[in-house]
Design a protein around this ligand. Structure first.
Ligand code: C5P
Length: 401
C-alpha cells in the first residue's frame, strides 16, 4: 500500500448510517501516509459530527459552500484542485442523484463539478432503494461519465433488511484506491501463485505441516492483481481472506497443490511458488487414528513431488519464481536451487523462530541470471509490491513484446 503514501484524498461524506465506517477509513488512510480532507453534507452531520473527522484527518472539516472563513481557508475550487482523488463514502441515493443532475447548491456537489480529478463513490442505502430504477439509471450515467462505483456489498442492513446496499468495508476501499493509483503494468498477463503451508496426513486427525502463515503469498497476489494481472491463488490452510478480485483455490496436501498447479500452469505467464511445500510425506497414512499403545513409534517419510522442479523441467514453462526459506547460508542455498530447479528468479529469505514465518515483515535477496538485489526488512505488503515490480522488469526483459 506504499502507493497511497502522500496521495491527497478528499472524502465526501453524505447522509447515511455507514458514515461511521468512514471514520475507520480515514484513520487507515492516514496510517498509510495519505493526506485526507473531508467535506460533509448537512445530512451527514445528522449521523456523525465534524469533530470526529477533524480529529481523524487532522484538518478542519469542510461543511459549507457559503462560509467566508472556510472559503478563505480552502474553498471548493481549491479543494477540487488539491485532491488526487475524490471519494464519496458513503454515497446516499440523494447525493448520487444530485451529482448526476450537476447540482451545485452545497459544497460537495459544487466541488464535484469544479474538478477534473477522478471521482469514486461508495454507495450506501436500503436494498430496495439501490434497486430502484431511478438509482440504477443514475449509476449507469455516472459509469458512462467515468465515475468509479465501488460497491455496494450485500448483507444485513441497519434497517433490518438483507441485500445489496451496504457500503464496502474500509479495507476494500483502500484496496480500490491503491489499484486506482497503480500503473497496470501486468495487464493481459496471467499470474499463478501458491501460498501458505501444506498438510501431510498421518491419520484422519493428525498431519505434518509448517509455520507458514501465507501472508507473503497473499500480499504478492494482491500486488499482482493491483498491477493489472489476472491472478489465481492456490492456497494451503491459512486464516487469511482471499484478496479482492482474485480466484482462490484451497488445497491441503502437496499432491492436491501439485494437481492444481499442473492443471493451471499452461494458462500462466508467470508462476510464483511462494508456498512452504512439505518436502516429505508419510509413506503410509493410517486409515484410523493411531493409538497410544507403543512407548516409541517411528514415522517413515518419503519425498513429495517437487512441484516447482517439475514445472522447471517442462519444455514450455512460464516465467518461474521460486522462494527459498533458509535458516543458514540462505543466499548460497538459494543460488543452488535457482540452478537445480531451472528458475528465472529466486527469492531467498532468512527464516527462524521469529523471522520470515508468521510475522508481518520480511527481508530477502532476489537472485536472477543477470543480478541480485537485497531488500531490507519491509512490511510484507510493501515488499510484495517491490517484488512484483522486479518480477515484471525481468519478465519483460525476457519477453520484450
Ligand atoms: O523446499 P525448497 O527450499 O526446495 O523450496 C524451494 C521452492 O520450491 C519454493 O518456491 C517452494 O514453493 C518450491 N517447492 C515445491 N515443491 C516441493 C518443495 C518446494 O514446489 N515439494
Amino acid at each position: 500500500m506504499e502507493i497511497i503514501r502522500d496521495k491527497r484524498i478528499l472524502i465526501g461524506v453524505s447522509g447515511s448510517i455507514s458514515a461511521y465506517k468512514t471514520a475507520d477509513l480515514i484513520r487507515k488512510l492516514r496510517d498509510l501516509g495519505a493526506a485526507v480532507r473531508v467535506i460533509m453534507t448537512e445530512a451527514a452531520q445528522e449521523f456523525i459530527t465534524p469533530l470526529t473527522f477533524q480529529a481523524l484527518s487532522g484538518k478542519a472539516v469542510h461543511t459549507k459552500l457559503m462560509d467566508p472563513s472556510q472559503e478563505l481557508a480552502m474553498g471548493h475550487i481549491a479543494l477540487a484542485r488539491w485532491a488526487d482523488l475524490i471519494l464519496i463514502a458513503p454515497a446516499s441515493a440523494d447525493i448520487i442523484a444530485r451529482i448526476v443532475q450537476g447540482r451545485s447548491y452545497d459544497l460537495l456537489t459544487a466541488t464535484c463539478l469544479a474538478t477534473t480529478t477522478p471521482i469514486a463513490i461508495a454507495p450506501s442505502m436500503n436494498q430496495q432503494m439501490w434497486h430502484a430504477i431511478a438509482v440504477q439509471e443514475n449509476i449507469a450515467t455516472l459509469i458512462r461519465r467515468g465515475v468509479k462505483i465501488w460497491g455496494p456489498n450485500s448483507g444485513s442492513q441497519a434497517c433490518g433488511e438483507w441485500g445489496l446496499g451496504r457500503m464496502v468495508e474500509p479495507k476494500e476501499l483502500i484496496y480500490q484506491i491503491a489499484k486506482l493509483f497503480t500503473h497496470p503494468y501486468l495487464t493481459g498477463l496471467s499470474v499463478l501463485i501458491t501460498a501458505g503451508p501444506t498438510r501431510e496426513y498421518l491419520d484422519p486427525v493428525r498431519f505434518l505441516s509448517n509455520r507458514s502463515s501465507g501472508k507473503m503469498g497473499y500480499a504478492l497476489a494482491a500486488a499482482a492483481e493491483a498491477a493489472g494481472a489476472q491472478v489465481t491463488l492456490i492456497s494451503g490452510p491459512t486464516n487469511l481472506d482471499a484478496p479482492v478480485g482474485i480466484q482462490k483455490i484451497k488445497i491441503d496436501t502437496v499432491q492436491q497443490m501439485s494437481d492444481q498447479v499442473l492443471s493451471l500452469i499452461s494458462k500462466a505467464d508467470i508462476f510464483i511458488s511462494c508456498a512452504a511445500v512439505s518436502d516429505y510425506q508419510p509413506t503410509h497414512i493410517s486409515s484410523q487414528k493411531i493409538k497410544k499403545i507403543d512407548k516409541k513409534i517411528t514415522l517413515e517419510l518419503e519425498q513429495t513431488t517437487d512441484i516447482l522442479k517439475t514445472i522447471g523441467e517442462q519444455p514450455h514453462k512460464p516465467f518461474l519464481v521460486g522462494f527459498a526459506a533458509e535458516t543458514e547460508d540462505y543466499k548460497k542455498n538459494a543460488r543452488v536451487k535457482f540452478i537445480v530447479k531451472n528458475l528465472d528468479m529466486i527469492v531467498a529469505n532468512p527464516v527462524g523462530y521469529h523471522q520470515g514465518f508468521e510475522v508481518d515483515a520480511n527481508e530477502c535477496t532476489v537472485i536472477w541470471d543477470k543480478g541480485e538485489i537485497d531488500f531490507p526488512l519491509f512490511p510484507k505488503t510493501v515488499l510484495a509490491q517491490k517484488l512484483i515490480q522486479q518480477i515484471a522488469r525481468c519478465y519483460y526483459e525476457k519477453h520484450p513484446n
